[in-house]
Design a protein around this ligand. Structure first.
Ligand code: ATP
Length: 239
């Protein structure tokens, strides 16, 4: 179980961005983290993956733990080795490298099995196999999202953190990304899915949290969040 407990995060020593956030991602489940721009979703993912440091952020209270062991003081590579891998917002790939080179970089924390992992990625994302020799910067937005996901999956994570995978994608592509998330999860990987597209996220997640101003304001099964018209209107930006 991945658990965030009473987490407080500041940037630049003073700016309080997370104000006591608690959430849980059980093994093998998909959990959605929703909320408006600036609510603190990306910050929460950074706290889990060890990336706060590089953004001048720090945990000032609370904890992030995996199977009851704290991980919020670990460096990013150590977090990956524990089985948590993140796809950052904006699907950062190495634009000048090929698809295959990008995937290979995703395997840098593992000692063996990189070739098998690559074959699994090509089965999961056939388009990446077709384009294995292409320069990543020339891929479409959807293909780049798949490459970013594939790269994160190269370490065989137990937990995949996704930061707004649907951002900027055409509706058909959003559907495809959603189906891929479901497939990745069926293969056993738990997913913490940060999304502005609440309908998409809740259609695939079992449980949803809504973050507002650095606090969890809703914490409910997806079906309940989707069924409540007031919630949809006020928190999820849809009717
Ligand atoms: P978005 O969808 O825009 O990424 P978010 O919910 O992910 O929104 P965060 O990116 O976590 O929100 O940002 C939360 C707050 O922290 C915002 O007010 C943002 O301006 C601020 N913030 C984010 N990164 C930094 C940083 N490196 N230094 C200072 N403040 C930051």
């Amino acid at each position: 179980m991945l658990r965030v407990q009473n987490l407080e995060v500041v940037y630049d020593d003073v700016m309080l961005v997370l104000r006591g956030v608690s959430l849980a991602v059980p093994e093998g489940k998909i959990v959605a983290l929703l909320g408006a721009n600036g609510a603190g979703k990306t910050t929460l993912l950074r706290a889990v993956s060890g990336l706060l440091d590089v953004h001048d952020g720090a945990v000032t209270r609370g904890s992030v733990s995996l199977d009851d062991r704290p991980i919020h003081r670990l460096r990013p590579a150590a977090v990956v080795r524990r089985g948590i891998s993140q796809v950052m917002e904006g699907r950062r790939t190495f634009a000048e490298l090929t698809v295959e080179e990008n995937l290979r970089l995703g395997a840098h924390t593992r000692r063996r099995g990189a070739a098998e992992a690559m074959e699994r990625m090509y089965t999961l994302f056939p388009v990446l196999k077709q384009r294995r020799g292409s320069i990543a910067g020339y891929l479409s937005g959807g293909e780049q999202q798949m490459l970013a996901m594939g790269r994160a999956l190269m370490s065989d994570p137990r937990y995949l953190l996704l930061d707004e995978p649907s951002l900027g994608l055409a509706p058909r592509m959003v559907e495809q990304v959603r189906d891929l998330i479901a497939e990745i999860n069926r293969a056993g990987t738990a997913v913490l899915l940060v999304e502005q597209n609440a309908t998409m996220a809740l259609s695939v997640a079992e449980h949803g949290y809504v973050l507002e101003n650095g606090k969890v304001v809703l914490d409910k099964p997806s079906a309940e969040l989707l069924a409540d018209d007031d919630i949809r209107e006020f928190y999820l930006g849809s009717h």
